[in-house]
Design a protein around this ligand. Structure first.
Ligand code: HEM
Length: 233
């Protein structure tokens, strides 16, 4: 999904190891964001550690980005060939708005950072959400039973669930939404504020510059209309 290739197990493990380092140290390195120049001097050891992790990321991810670019270039010269559009493909085509004759293509380093964000953004969030959903289904057997019945109506026993089947499973969707509401994987994301009055959603939502777009954690119990009636967690 990220670099458009089916990767060998070893490469996947290398990516996993380095991305885990990035995530595990994320908060420690944050201080360098707040004072980038001074931070390099005051927290020299921390800065060195950050550069080492970055170097590890470059060693693992840059060859994959280059390999993909080469493949795409070769495909463009020939015909058809590559049908899957991966995340990194969209970055090759992306152009920044030009200011003061600056370059418009993304650098390899920028692509690396975006790929890193993509990998981290997609893995921990999804696995944590699934773990919470499973834990709650184990705890609330009556909900599990109802979901099991829904699946059995839509899919024949022993058959794989396909993507188009999901549209016929509103109860499953409600469970996923309720899990996200009760256990949102990201709590401390940056608050957003509109800078000018804006009307979206056919006028149903109107943002003014006093209204902040925020994500709320819904830890106020199960929503009775969604999945169940219990207020226990
Ligand atoms: C339960 C699953 C997920 C949740 C709850 C979730 C939540 C979020 C949230 C709240 C943001 C906005 C963060 C911010 O800008 O402050 C975000 C951004 C992002 N997510 Fe997810 N996400 C999920 C799954 C995924 C998956 C599966 C992928 C990729 C395969 C992904 C890739 C990204 C990327 C690349 C961004 C940054 C977008 C940008 O700012 O340009 N996420 N996600």
């Amino acid at each position: 999904m990220c670099v458009g290739e089916k990767l060998e197990e070893k490469v996947i493990r290398d990516i996993e190891a380095v991305q885990r380092l990035v995530l595990a140290n994320f908060i420690r390195f944050n201080v360098l964001n707040f004072m980038p120049r001074l931070g390099k001097i005051v927290f020299q050891k921390l800065w060195k550690e950050l550069l080492e992790i970055r170097k590890k990321q470059e060693d693992v991810l840059i060859p994959l980005i280059r390999q993909r670019q080469k493949k795409i270039n070769n495909t463009k010269e020939g015909d058809e060939g590559e049908s899957i559009v991966s995340y990194v493909d969209t970055l090759f085509d992306l152009r920044l708005s030009q200011e003061n004759n600056a370059r418009t293509e993304l650098s390899e380093g920028e692509m690396l950072s975006l790929c890193s964000e993509f990998i981290n953004g997609g893995t921990d969030t999804s696995t944590t959400t699934l773990q919470w959903a499973m834990a709650n289904l184990v705890k609330h057997q009556e909900i599990q039973e109802k979901l099991y019945r829904e699946i059995n109506v839509v899919v024949k026993r022993g058959e794989e669930i396909k993507e188009q089947d999901l549209k016929k499973m509103p109860y499953l969707e409600a469970i996923v939404l309720e899990t996200l509401r009760r256990h949102p994987p990201g709590h401390f994301i940056l608050p957003r504020a509109v800078i000018e009055d804006t009307v979206i959603c056919d006028g149903r939502l109107r943002y003014t510059n006093e209204c902040h777009g925020e994500f709320h954690s819904g830890r106020d119990g199960l929503g009775p209309k969604c999945v169940g009636t219990s207020n226990e967690v």
